[in-house]
Write a protein that binds this ligand. Sequence first.
Ligand SMILES: [Fe+2]
Length: 172
Amino acid sequence: MNLREFHSDHPYPETTVAGKNPAYARAMLSNCAGRNSEMSAVALYFYDHIITERDALLSSAFRAIMKVEMVHLELFEKLALHLGADPRLWEAQTVPQPRMNYWSPARLPYATNRKLILQNALAAERAAIAIYERQQKEIQDEGVVNVLRRVLLDEQLHVELFRALLEQPQPS
Ligand SMILES: [Fe+2]
């Protein structure tokens, strides 16, 4: 496992779409700004980067992975825009009544213990993978699916990175 590689070598696809689609647009907004989203990953890894400052390898890994999540955020917000949504950091809620909910950093899984920090990051990556794999099967727009497929390569790499970091002994 190379702990200095944070994204796949494959190029990122264009964010072209077949046409406007409200359902797909809502899915992309949720990927950007839902409870477990790219914005959540950016914000959590930023905190993790700061809180782990005495563990140089871990701290720099969080900073580098945060930047990759920012690229994903940009791709999904561009898709949301092209699919017809207003690309704010918000997502559509349907129950109890339809409304738009803005993203919030209030409920991120903040932790200060190295093992717990990494376990939370791993759980976030696995949750993202499950969502993107489901969307990849359900969405019938090749442009959207190409982005999902590419982002999945990075998230799978992040799972491997966090697993490798978890197996390392805690620095003294
Ligand atoms: Fe990731």
